[in-house]
Each structure stands twice: as C-alpha cells, then as structure tokens.
Design a protein. Structure first.
Length: 68
C-alpha cells in the first residue's frame, strides 16, 4: 500500500511539472489574449495523480478571431 507521504510527494512533483509546462510554453500569456486563464481540475485542487493539466479561459465575449 502506498503511504500518504509518498502520494503527497508524487502530487508535489506533478504539480511542479505542470507549473514548468505552463511557464515553458508561455500558456498564461498566450491564453490571456482571449481572457483570464485559470487552472482547473486536479492541478488547481492539488490532487494530481498523473500528468493532466486542465485549464479554462474566462472571457466576457466569445470571439473566434481572438484565437485564430
């Protein structure tokens, strides 16, 4: 059985990897062109168990021209 400390350490490692990806790919800056980017899901809640980065963008008006 996996110990709680191991799960927490694994989650912290995955969280650091997700943060690095956001930084390296300039995701926040790219998504800000459409609105306010927010991390959601397990990455936002500190519950990561595998590599999965969910983000959404809050925008006041949907405009395909903004992202195309």
């Amino acid at each position: 059985m996996i110990k709680q400390e191991e799960l927490l350490a694994h989650q912290l490692q995955l969280q650091a990897e997700a943060d690095a990806i956001v930084e390296e790919m300039h995701l926040k800056q790219l998504l800000e062109e459409a609105g306010t980017p927010l991390k959601v899901g397990s990455v936002a809640l500190g519950l990561m168990v595998w590599r999965d980065l969910d983000m959404t963008v809050v925008c006041s008006k949907l405009n395909i021209a903004t992202i195309s």
